[in-house]
Design a protein around this ligand. Structure first.
Ligand SMILES: Cc1cc2nc3c(=O)[nH]c(=O)nc-3n(C[C@H](O)[C@H](O)[C@H](O)COP(=O)(O)OP(=O)(O)OC[C@H]3O[C@@H](n4cnc5c(N)ncnc54)[C@H](O)[C@@H]3O)c2cc1C
Length: 202
């Protein structure tokens, strides 16, 4: 991120719109960062039925994805469904993301491509010995400003709840970086009117 970039104009590109990617996008868009998600809809969630997502008794994977997509759309995410990212590269203080349809710039990139780690490998992020992308609890890779989340950072522990947690951690860390201090996305009941009245207009 360049020194001139402020909390108001930082941009985030998320590659992959499964649970991990949409969770990251939810946090960054909800808190004012311009956020774009590219997704080819190959999410494993279409094969799943969740009985183990805390707080939700039972939900079909595709139904879960429909709700998640609506939720990020409501907070203003530019969700480019069906547009495949073909390359991510460093570009000065930020990144260039290329798809079949164009070229895009961003200050932060969140990789959330499921078990497919090709883009991470081409970008040159460090891998662990078990061939997963090497990240800490904040989900940032060895390349500053690039995050990796979900199935790509674990050899086998593939669960929707874990992917959503990874995305949230990445989103919060981006927000902390942009704002220069630890950021909490805490809401209380009195925030409902603001959220539904202003942030979500319909
Ligand atoms: C049969 C089955 C049953 C399951 N049951 C459960 C269950 O009961 N409970 C549970 O918690 N989990 C379950 N899971 C696991 C769960 O689906 C995964 O943990 C979860 O989907 C991982 O989320 P993710 O966001 O990391 O990756 P994914 O959901 O795989 O999403 C990655 C997304 O990135 C997109 N993508 C990849 N590359 C690109 C690119 N270059 N450009 C644009 N988009 C790209 C893909 O098309 C995909 O939509 C199940 C999985 C399977 C296969």
């Amino acid at each position: 991120m360049s020194d001139e970039t402020t909390a108001d104009d930082a941009t985030v590109i998320v590659v992959g719109g499964g649970p991990a990617g949409l969770s990251a996008a939810l946090f960054t868009a909800k808190n004012g960062l311009e956020t774009t998600v590219f997704d080819t809809d190959g999410t494993w969630m279409h094969k799943a039925h969740l009985f183990n997502y805390l707080g939700i008794g039972s939900v079909g994977g595709s139904e879960f994805m429909a709700t998640a997509r609506q939720q990020v759309d409501d907070f203003g995410v530019d969700r480019r469904q069906g547009e495949e990212v073909t390359a991510v590269s460093e570009n000065g203080d930020g990144f260039t993301v290329e798809s079949e349809d164009g070229s895009y710039e961003a200050d932060f990139v969140v990789l959330a491509t499921g078990a497919n780690r090709d883009l991470a490998e081409e970008l040159g992020v460090a891998f662990a010995e078990d061939e997963t992308v090497d990240v800490g609890v904040e989900m940032e890779t060895s390349v500053e400003g690039v995050y990796a989340t979900g199935a790509m950072v674990r050899p086998e522990e593939w669960q929707a709840a874990i992917a959503v947690g990874d995305g949230a951690a990445a989103g919060l860390n981006i927000l902390s970086n942009v704002r220069g201090e630890h950021y909490h996305d805490f809401d209380v009941p009195a925030d409902a009117e603001r959220v539904f009245g202003e942030l979500i207009s319909e």
